[in-house]
Design a protein around this ligand. Structure first.
Ligand SMILES: [Zn+2]
Length: 395
């Protein structure tokens, strides 16, 4: 059954809904932050309650006069977030304030193609529905690991996603879940997750560097994702760091990603193991026949010098690129995220030292460079932030 999602009727209602998404509050508190007369504010809030988008929530503590009525988003509001990675899929259902009510994650190969992978996502959400987490969805957001034409809701020539080029992802998800849907790049939705609930909550301008199978950068300007003209802004994995470097999956040589994506790290770990540079990795290789970025992390945690050397080398390359980006963009915060970021503080220390040494002092004077604290939830929360931004806008 096709259900119509109710949207705000004007920009004031939309702005109020976005404020309430950060938590319910009193009419008096809302009056302090919106540019509306008290009577106009009450008219718009009453209308949101009538539309079923918001609801009364008792009385606030007195600020001296009459106690002001509290308002919150409708408690039946539900958003779905889908985060498709190269090797995994995460789905979550949130309430209107984007608090996660249920989250499922499982391995999934993006190369199985869009029909199979999106079916899997819809099945997983069906499971959450049967668990009683929702009846109807207000909207669904989805992130995919490749460039996206945001306006059309389709991936565009994604290098690691065979069969996905121009596949109607937004339409497929919207039809299957009977609600508005939006699709974006996976790094962008992670950045939105950090903006909503992570370390970037109070930072309008920041960079999120995701180091996973590949390397990408989410660029947030004044609280909004900057996507560029064709949606490829932040594709820093293919910035060349050495003319004579190894060949990259994109066909060029010496790209950052060819040195330090998850795939490159695994390959280098095998070389180190075979050359006798790391007894720990040699043992793991002999037992498993292959090595992963996680093995490098585990080896480094044991103090293995070969593994620590690999992480330092990679961190230095990332730091080189990031130093240029910081001088150019002057962000208020840099967040390092993604599977390889689990390598932790050895990686972070190396990135910091290169960036602080190489960028302009004015750009790094107050610049924290930190590891994400959201882990796997950043993407799904960001996906719900993406669709809620759309649903809570007037058009
Ligand atoms: Zn490349």
């Amino acid at each position: 059954m096709k259900r119509t999602t109710i949207r705000p009727e004007n920009v004031h209602q939309a702005a109020l809904l976005r404020l309430l998404r950060d938590g319910g509050r009193s009419r008096a508190e809302l009056g302090d932050v919106v540019d509306l007369s008290r009577s106009k504010l009450n008219v718009e809030l009453d209308r949101l309650v009538e539309l079923g988008l918001a609801e009364p929530d008792g009385l606030a503590a007195s600020r001296g006069g009459r106690r002001s009525g509290r308002v919150r988003l409708s408690q039946s509001t539900r958003f779905a977030g889908i985060d498709v990675g190269a090797t995994s899929i995460d789905v979550a259902v949130t309430d209107g304030e984007l608090k996660v009510l249920g989250h499922l994650s499982e391995p999934c190969d993006i190369r199985e193609g869009p029909a199979a992978v999106l079916d899997r996502a819809i099945d997983l959400l069906g499971k959450l529905r049967r668990d009683g987490l929702y009846d109807d969805l207000t909207g669904a957001g989805i992130g995919v690991p490749g460039p996206v034409s945001f306006a059309e809701g389709v991936p565009v020539v994604p290098p690691i996603m065979p069969g996905w080029d121009r596949y109607p992802v937004r339409e497929t998800i919207g039809q299957a879940l009977c609600c508005p849907a939006m699709v974006d790049n996976d790094v962008n939705i992670m950045a939105l997750g950090e903006l909503h609930t992570g370390l970037a909550r109070s930072v309008g301008d920041f960079l999120l560097v995701k180091i996973g199978t590949g390397i990408g950068c989410g660029i947030v300007v004044d609280g909004k994702i900057y996507r560029g003209v064709s949606g490829s802004a932040g594709d820093i994995g293919h910035i060349r760091v050495d003319d004579l470097g190894p060949v990259c999956s994109c066909g060029n040589s010496g790209c950052l990603e060819a040195y330090f994506g998850g795939a490159a790290l695994a390959r280098e770990a095998v070389e180190v193991a075979r050359s006798g540079g790391s007894p720990y990795l040699a043992e793991r290789l002999a037992a498993a026949g292959t090595l992963t970025a996680e093995d490098v992390g585990a080896a480094a945690a044991q103090g293995d010098p070969g593994a620590i050397g690999l992480i330092r080398d990679g961190g230095r390359r990332v730091g080189q690129v990031l130093a240029s980006l910081v001088s150019f963009f002057n962000p208020g915060l840099v967040i390092i995220a993604g599977g390889v970021a689990k390598l932790g503080h050895v990686l972070l220390a190396e990135i910091r030292s290169v960036v602080y040494r190489r960028s302009l002092p004015l750009a790094t004077g107050n610049l924290p460079i930190v590891l994400s604290e959201l882990g796997e939830t950043a993407g799904v929360i960001g996906a719900t932030r993406l669709i809620s931004d759309h649903v809570y806008s007037a058009n």
